[in-house]
Design a protein around this ligand. Sequence first.
Ligand code: ADP
Ligand code: ASP
Ligand code: MG
Length: 451
Amino acid sequence: MIVCKFGGTSVADAAAISRVVDIIATKREQQPVVVVSALGGATNMLLDIANKAAGGELLSALQLIEQLRDRHLREARALLAGSHDAEDVAVEVGTTFDELAHLAEAFKTLGYLTPRSLDAVAAIGELLSSQIVAATFRARGFDAVCVDARDVMRTNDFFTKAEPDVEEIARLAQERLVPLVLQNRIPVMGGFVGATAARVTTTLGRGGSDYSASLVGAAIDATAIEIWTDVDGMLTADPRIIPGARLIERISFDEAAELAAFGAKVLHPATIAPAVQRGIPVYVFNSRNPAARGTMIAFDAPRLPVRAIAGKRATTMVKLRSSRMLLAPGFLRRVFEVFETHRTSVDVVTTSEVSVSVTLDDATNLGAILQDLAAFGDVSVSPRAGLLAIVGAGIADGSQAIAQALAALGPIPVHMASLSATGINFTLVIDDDQVVAAMQRLHATFFEQTP
Ligand code: ADP
Ligand code: ASP
Ligand code: MG
């Protein structure tokens, strides 16, 4: 069995969904389970609808609902015209958007949104795309079954970023997905969406369909997890920033996980962990160019000083200076308890005898964090910091790569620097508005120089 996940652009319209069917048609012998995202851009639009309605802009919310309804109906019609499922799918799309319009009215009346209601709205994208894709398979003569993700993806109730219950997911996947595969049928499930034990709808967080795919892969002990997207594979940098970024043919789990965590959007940061635990290789392929080789992510890969770089903007840097840190056992623990209390994870940490600097991806609870930290000493904040990650299993093998990285930055000021304990990620904190220039300089140094 294999898991094939198709992202938003890979199911964006009828032409893209047809390509999905063509790709899966070549994989029947490998017994695929298909995981799909919402139609590209649909999740953004759904969240926009909810926010507009709660903000009092009911009319714009209703207009967006009609646009999204029309889009789903149009693509479904193009794919399913004349098929058995055409009518049922159209009714399902219609009912779903009617219900959403009622919800929008309720949000308008309430004037606020809860994370729980946001998840109920966001999930609509994948719940519909999975039905359209499954019906398309059937219209093309394949025996596909749409599986409601809420029957498999058991999570806790941390709405908008729910955490999976891995054991329950394994049990439910064995019960719901595996028998279908063994009957030679193709299960099609929405990614991103889950449900609590009480069957309240949750989501795994933005970009979470990759994570759904790897959780399903681990749950059914798949032989491969394939992430089908809109680029040829994992590249040496984000191609939107570095148009000449190169394909990585093979990369280790550790390196891929670091890149994902530090901004390589091609994989959700949590995707690698379930695959590593079961030793399942993860492939990244291009659904518009299925003949290309793609990237294989596995335990080992040729050791290089630098495999790729990643960058992340809009990060917050917090610096704490305290003379009391000197010789005070337990000081760092107490500082980190502050972040734990406010459910905020820390990305990069550097310390000296009298100071600790950290970066935060999510500054939602910054006010409360700063208040608590003030008890320890002087606190300063830079709300516009950026991260650079220079990733390679051999980065610490000699001092050369690190020296080259620092030299490449030239005049760009560095605020923090950290080499991961595993010696595969050299992370730098710089100003947010320097991230693009810094990535260009690093990419030129490590990947564009003729030997
Ligand atoms: P999907 O909808 O298929 O999940 P995403 O937009 O989430 O697709 O991820 C694919 C995008 O990730 C690419 O189009 C590319 O712009 C971006 N990206 C960022 N860093 C990298 C990288 N190192 N390699 C490949 N793509 C990257
Ligand atoms: N549709 C969801 C999002 O846009 C999940 C995904 O595409 O991975 O975040
Ligand atoms: Mg994605």
